[in-house]
Design a protein around this ligand. Structure first.
Ligand code: PLP
Ligand code: COI
Length: 340
């Protein structure tokens, strides 16, 4: 086990930190090159790159964890590989095969091992795979060339530290169109979320909540995380919609809530004017992990769930189960943990 560098591990937050190596691979004339690790954290691309003008850019977010026994865990990385392939197809980009994706992730983690937050600090190594359309171009058409890269950095909490409830603001803006790119992890979805996100922050909320773009009556996303609620009769409920990003954390929680906590689970419409059916609510995602939702502001009404300061018992149990699996403290369902 490589000795970690000196860092204030307990207070990392979610900020860019330059690490030593990143993986980079180029696609030209219909194939990927072998891919290498580089120390250069800049990319040099044509002014005509489709990524710059037409948003031909997709990304992923995943984490490596220093486990209790000192080994390094990846959490369901093939799910990220497959979601990235779906995003690429949506934007007419070439795909990275799952085995090459996972090998590249492992190379980046190993090369930057000293940056993995030590076990017990609550941090993890965030990995950012991305692909962009590059090359000389001006027409609205898929690029001739592509760059695929994975970089990483140590991170702590995305919202507040640990299991601290956060309040959210329902936005008037839509995050994605009904039959648009909402279920793909593409750059444009996030560019459009900057203004609603900043309006929420200005009013002291953790982020914006987006409603469905067709009827504006149902919760879709909590910023860059999925929503879940625990009903008063102990059902785990999460929204269903074609414009939500299929969160790997959310699907993991659906499984854990059912198989480990014995809850009834449902993917169904979550009407924003029916929040009183929930005893607890949370946001879930790779960066957000599980962030309890204290309350939701919708027009003039502020609805609180369990508490604005305390986390509900089921949310706590889910958090313990999920993070326990990620840090190697709890037995993982088959295939969920890949060792680096
Ligand atoms: N929703 C959005 C819009 C996201 O950006 C993310 C982050 O990846 C999620 C949900 C959570 O997905 P996952 O659990 O796969 O990280
Ligand atoms: C993630 O959870 O990995 C995300 O991509 C969220 C955000 C930082 C974009």
């Amino acid at each position: 086990m490589k000795k970690p560098i000196e860092l204030d591990w307990a207070n990392l937050g979610f900020n860019y930190i330059k690490t030593d190596y990143r993986y980079i691979s180029y696609w030209d004339k219909g194939e990927w090159d072998d891919g290498t690790l580089t120390e250069d954290n800049t990319v040099h691309i044509s002014e005509g790159s489709t990524a710059l003008h037409y948003g031909q850019t997709v990304f992923e977010g995943m984490k490596a964890y220093r486990a209790k026994d000192g080994s390094i865990n990846l959490f369901r990385p093939e799910e990220n590989a497959e979601r990235m392939q779906r995003s690429c197809r949506r934007l007419m980009m070439p795909v990275i095969p799952t085995d090459i994706f996972i090998e590249a992730v492992k190379k980046v983690v190993k090369a930057n091992e000293a940056y993995i937050p030590p076990y017990g600090t609550g941090g993890s190594l965030y990995l950012r795979p991305y692909m962009i359309g590059i090359g000389d171009n001006i027409g609205v058409k898929p690029a001739s060339n592509y760059l695929f890269s994975i970089f990483c950095m140590p991170v702590g909490a995305y919202f507040k530290n640990g299991l601290v409830p956060t309040n959210f603001l329902v936005s008037d803006y839509d995050r994605a169109a009904g039959n648009g790119t909402g279920s793909s992890k593409v750059g444009g979805n996030y560019g459009g979320s900057l203004l609603p996100g900043s309006e929420a922050h200005k009013r002291n909320f953790g982020d914006a909540i987006y409603l469905d773009p067709i009827t504006h009556t149902k919760i879709e996303e909590v910023g860059a995380a999925n929503f879940f609620g625990i009903t008063k009769d102990n059902q785990f409920v999460t929204p269903i919609s074609p414009s939500i990003l299929p969160s790997i954390t959310k699907y993991s929680l659906l499984y854990l809530a059912k198989e480990r906590l014995g809850l009834e689970v449902k993917e169904e419409d979550v009407f924003v004017d029916r929040l009183d059916r929930f005893a607890e609510a949370g946001a879930c995602g790779t960066a957000a992990v599980i962030t309890p939702i204290g309350g939701i502001q919708y027009k003039d009404n502020f609805h609180t769930f369990y508490s604005e300061t305390e986390t509900g018992p089921i949310t706590k149990k889910l958090y313990k189960e999920l993070t326990g699996i990620q840090y190697g403290e709890v037995k993982a369902p088959k295939g969920w943990i890949i060792k680096v």
